[in-house]
Design a protein around this ligand. Structure first.
Ligand SMILES: NC(=O)CC[C@H](N)C(=O)O
Length: 420
């Protein structure tokens, strides 16, 4: 007898709600799950447009929510992990184009959210999977996007758009399902939008401190996991923090208090943490001087670790400058050389800005280099117990090569405790 793998979710109606150990309520408003809502055959006519600031108009079909939204278009080359990508707060004010040609086949589950909501304004894909089948799936991506007020378009030439972004650099654009709006109006909307010089982290940060205790689930845990008892008190600044950063810190033995992006350095020091983490987050790092000031005030007083936006803020606090890259790095296979031990890590990346290493004062060490373009991928300043990475050691989605860096942060905190 043939074994049936997966679940035919077209037969199920559901609503799901649960509270994790950290008190975060996760719930889905999706109650219907049918393959028929995904894709209709034969093809329906085009009902959505992506209009770019260069005047190009890309006809497509819509899924998820409808309306008109403006944002910056970036392409992500990851082959898996679309749910983690669309719930990553670092994508706020952007549209994410997936170069992987088919999206949606593994559906949506309760465990792969990197935050409590979807953040990009829209998702641009080639083919929307006609069915959903995965042992963890509780819904399909179309209903999930609708429930999260996120737009999606499919049946559009994602290769051609990606080539344009690679040639010309990041482009602003508008997604619209509204036929009443002219192409000219949408081009104008794209041209007047700006992500540069705008504070995007204030819209995604938490508003009050909270504790985080959830570790990586035992079925996904690595053998290199750290201490079982919570030996290190860590304050994590939330500039748009991904849950997997918190899970990895908890797995490595940290007791974590997450604080808002504006949390004063003096309040953090009163909490007497063993270390401070500066998280990932969306938008232009040079547009949030208040966050750079907080980082500066903490330098030298406690060991610190910066990830992505956190790394860019540290770079500025140490005296350096950031700049906007041509089209950034978004994917799960970027080779990075660790200059401290010579090894190469295959890494998960998601950023449009970078620290200019030539702007850094003497003594600041560039510890990691992106091997695709030679850009700065990590910094250290041992005299002030500083370490940072431009990419994502927590992955989610992505390879786990860089996970050991959480152990390095533990080591930095241990040294801090010894020297205290
Ligand atoms: N993932 C992140 O933290 C992104 C950092 C920053 N917003 C950038 O795009 O460069």
């Amino acid at each position: 007898m043939a074994t049936k793998i997966g679940i035919d979710i077209s037969l199920r109606n559901f609503s799901a709600r649960r509270t994790n150990k950290s008190g975060n309520v996760q719930c889905f408003t999706v109650v219907k799950c049918s393959t028929s809502s995904l894709v209709e055959r034969p093809w329906k006519p085009f009902d959505a447009r992506l209009v770019l600031e260069d005047g190009s108009v890309w006809k497509a079909k819509s899924f998820g929510s409808s309306g008109t939204k403006v944002g910056e278009v970036v392409f992500n080359t990851s082959l898996t992990g679309y749910q983690e990508i669309i719930t990553d707060p670092s994508y706020a004010n952007q549209f994410v184009l997936m170069t992987c040609p088919q999206i949606g086949n593994t559906g949506i589950n309760l465990d792969d959210e990197e935050s409590k909501q979807c953040h990009p304004g829209g998702m641009i894909i080639r083919s929307l999977s006609i069915s959903t089948s995965n042992w963890r799936a509780i819904g399909n991506i179309s209903d999930y996007l609708t429930a999260n007020n996120m737009m999606g378009i499919y049946d559009v030439d994602t290769r051609a758009i990606t080539r344009r972004l690679r040639q010309d650099g990041s482009l602003k654009g508008v997604l619209s399902t509204e036929s009443s709006k002219t192409n000219e109006e949408l081009v104008e909307m794209a041209l007047t939008f700006s992500i540069n010089g705008v504070d995007s982290i204030s819209g995604v940060s938490c508003t009050a401190p909270y504790e985080w205790v959830d570790e990586t689930g035992s079925e996904w845990e690595f053998s290199n996991k750290g201490a079982d008892d919570k030996s290190f008190d860590v304050v994590a600044y939330d500039f748009g923090i991904k849950h997997n950063i918190l899970r990895r810190l908890a797995s490595y033995g940290c007791k974590i208090t997450v604080v808002p992006s504006t949390w004063p350095a003096s309040e953090t020091l009163k909490m007497k943490p063993d270390g401070v983490l500066f998280s990932n987050g969306p938008g232009d790092p040079s547009a949030v001087p208040y966050a750079v000031e907080i980082v500066k005030e903490l330098l030298g007083k406690v060991p610190v670790f910066g990830i992505c936006m956190g790394h860019q803020l540290l770079g500025q606090a140490l005296g350096g400058k950031t700049f906007k890259m041509k089209f950034g790095h978004h994917g799960g296979n970027h080779p990075v050389r660790n200059l401290q031990n010579g090894s190469v890590e295959i890494s998960a990346q998601n950023h449009n800005y970078a620290v200019d290493p030539t702007s850094l004062p003497e003594g600041i060490e560039v510890t990691h280099v992106n091997l695709n373009d030679g850009s700065c991928a990590g910094l250290a300043f041992p005299a002030l117990s500083v370490m940072s990475l431009q990419y994502h050691p927590e992955a989610s989605p992505g390879p786990h090569d860089s996970d050991l860096v959480f152990g390095k942060f533990i080591h930095l905190m241990e040294q801090g405790k010894t020297n205290a």
